[in-house]
Write a protein that binds this ligand. Structure first.
Ligand code: FE2
Length: 373
């Protein structure tokens, strides 16, 4: 079952957050990853920092689409922390960066409430202004970075140089990050709910217990944490005891610990977006045809043609505020870890819990193929 709670606490927000600033991926080969996200996911490569710009240890590319920003970074020597992270976790999201009005305050307020400081408040300066940031530790090795941009006017951050936009990628209509989900170990859920609630000032929006998210083989618990304004949603999953290895356990095994499981990107036209992504070569989870039989009886009237949704494998769910359409990619690297969701909301504020069962069954079919069930 699911339950909503903790909404509408009108305390002063001690750590106000303006938006997702960017997600930084640590990868084995940022040059090739940048091509993957531009050719398959429609991002544009907008800025670069590396050897040619005087950065000796790390190469980074800044990819943008709508309000979404991904930074892809590779280290150039084996002992650099980015190389060590890639060795352990594989390619994946290492930094969740949030824009804040004051990075120093965000660091002070969270560390005094128990957050582990990783990067103390720092100022970088170049001809385009002053860029301030700080970071605390999130689940696993993931960093939560506070970025302050009010005095910085450059392309991304000091040291980055703009790339000419002749290669626009092939924009597929993704316009913002809807939510970012993390997987944590069995027994670690409460610790991370308390971390986000007490240390970062988030609220528990909703939780789903193992009866709600249960298949023949596996179960999990999910809790959705969000910031005071509801713009930043960070759901957390924890495995629950099942008959076989759950998809969360598979993730934890291959990621060698907790980390970001999926990034949900919003579109205004999921049919068009998914058509373009599929044509480009993105692999999505398949949905059995039976899912679409009696779909409107289950979710009510929707505007999109069901045959087209069935053809593309797009899922539908409804809550008291409206409906949503969603679809999930296969993992985007060899390890069965990070994947993406594309979501189009028509009022619904939930996360597609009506689809959890069919989604997990689809994931389990893939797990079985990998010999991990
Ligand atoms: Fe999601």
């Amino acid at each position: 079952m699911s339950s909503k709670q903790g909404i509408g606490i009108h305390m002063k927000d001690f750590c106000p957050i303006q938006r997702f600033d960017h997600l930084e991926f640590y990868v084995g080969n940022a040059r090739q990853a940048a091509l993957f996200y531009s050719k398959f996911f429609g991002f544009t490569n907008t800025a670069y920092r590396g050897l040619e710009t005087g950065k000796r240890e790390v190469t980074s590319y800044v990819l943008r689409q709508g309000n979404i920003c991904f930074v892809l970074s590779t280290a150039l020597s084996p002992n650099h922390p980015i190389s060590q992270s890639v060795l352990k976790h594989g390619d994946g999201v290492a930094v969740i960066a949030l824009e804040v009005p004051n990075a120093f305050n965000a660091y002070q307020e969270t560390t005094k409430r128990g957050a582990v400081g990783v990067i103390p408040p720092t100022e970088d300066e170049d001809k385009d202004g002053v860029f301030r940031y700080a970071a605390i530790r999130g689940y696993g090795d993931t960093l939560i970075k506070f970025v302050e941009r009010s005095d910085y006017f450059g392309v991304f951050a000091p040291g980055f140089e703009p790339l000419d936009h002749t290669d626009k990628g092939n924009f597929v209509g993704l316009y913002e990050i809807d939510h970012v989900v993390g997987n944590v170990e069995l027994g670690a859920m409460e610790q991370w709910v308390e971390f986000f609630a007490n240390t970062v000032g988030f609220n528990l929006l909703v939780h789903f217990d193992e009866q709600a998210i249960c298949t023949e083989y596996s179960a999990l618990i999910s809790k959705v944490m969000q910031d005071g304004t509801g713009k930043i949603k960070l759901p957390i999953n924890q495995p629950a005891k099942g008959k076989c290895k759950s998809q969360i356990e598979e993730f934890l095994e291959y990621n060698h610990g907790p980390g970001v499981q999926h990034i949900a990107c919003a579109t205004h036209n999921i049919i068009d977006t998914v058509l373009q992504m599929k044509t480009a070569g993105v692999k999505f989870l398949s949905v059995p045809k039976a899912y679409y039989e009696n779909l409107e009886e289950r979710v009510g009237k929707i505007n999109e043609p069901i045959e087209q949704l069935a053809e593309l494998g797009i899922l539908v769910d409804r809550d008291e505020d409206g409906y949503l359409l969603q679809i999930f990619t296969q993992p985007v690297q060899d390890r069965p870890t990070l994947f993406f969701e594309v979501i189009e909301r028509h009022g619904a504020q939930s996360f597609g819990e009506g689809n959890f069962k069919s989604l997990f069954e689809a994931i389990e079919r893939e797990q079985l193929l990998r010999g991990n069930l």
